[in-house]
Design a protein around this ligand. Sequence first.
Ligand code: BT5
Length: 263
Amino acid sequence: MNQDEITSTLSHLPLAEIRYFDSISSSNEEALTWAKSGAADYSLVITDTQTAGRGRLGRKWITNPDSALAFSIIIHPRPEEQRILPLFSPLGSLAVAETLSKRYGVDQVNIKWPNDVLIHEKKTAGILVETTWLGNSAQVAVIGIGVNVTPASVPPQDLLLFPATSVELEKGSPVNRIELLGNILSEIIAWREKITQSEFLQAWDQYLAFRGKNVHVQQTEHWSVTGELLGIDKYGNLRIRTELGGEFSVAFGDVQLRPAEKP
Ligand code: BT5
């Protein structure tokens, strides 16, 4: 990957500016710094390797060289998007899921609520959205996406909380990383236009992993719920039927979801 190849492959997309790095601490960190100095809507940071890739809740995201996608797209939320800011994270996962399933014909692509992309119940992509605020309004949302593309991108299982895989391992054929990036970005740009509509939530709901299965959701150290995963509601919250038969909505945020039994 290099700047020229990326710029020419993505020239059909309405991106403001692209900054490529061979290695960087975190593309989200770089994008947040760039945003402070005025990066426009749809500015893109892309790196081959990350030395301190970030996951949610202070966790780490591993980006091995020459094998993965790690990028961050800068969004300036529009006035009508201010009330649906949490949906920028499923926007990222829906874009990856749609790309893999519809454009690459990969089977069994699902989204582990709220935002991990799984293939055959193994994690293939993770999304981290970080926001900067001006008063009560979000000034910038950085959507950071990491995708395991070749088998070399998959970290050793003992470093992981959940089984992982890569696009090539599941698809069974080579995938061009920059073309994959372009396809994911096109889906982000297209789905963003529908992010305030019910069509967006329905599309996300269709990819939901573990529907009808027993799941365990850990929201804080002291609060968790176990029950049957029913789907998402009109706000993007997760609907769970508890063992006592009551229905429960888990508010969207930094939660951890896993099957109650081993998948
Ligand atoms: C995420 O967090 O899944 C969000 C990951 C976002 C990464 C992108 S890369 C571009 C941008 N720049 C950044 O610095 N970050 C974003 P979370 O749900 O908290 O999952 C983190 C957990 O995933 C770790 O604790 C590991 O168990 C596991 N993990 C780490 N690297 C992985 C990988 N390459 N493949 C699969 N699982 C991984």
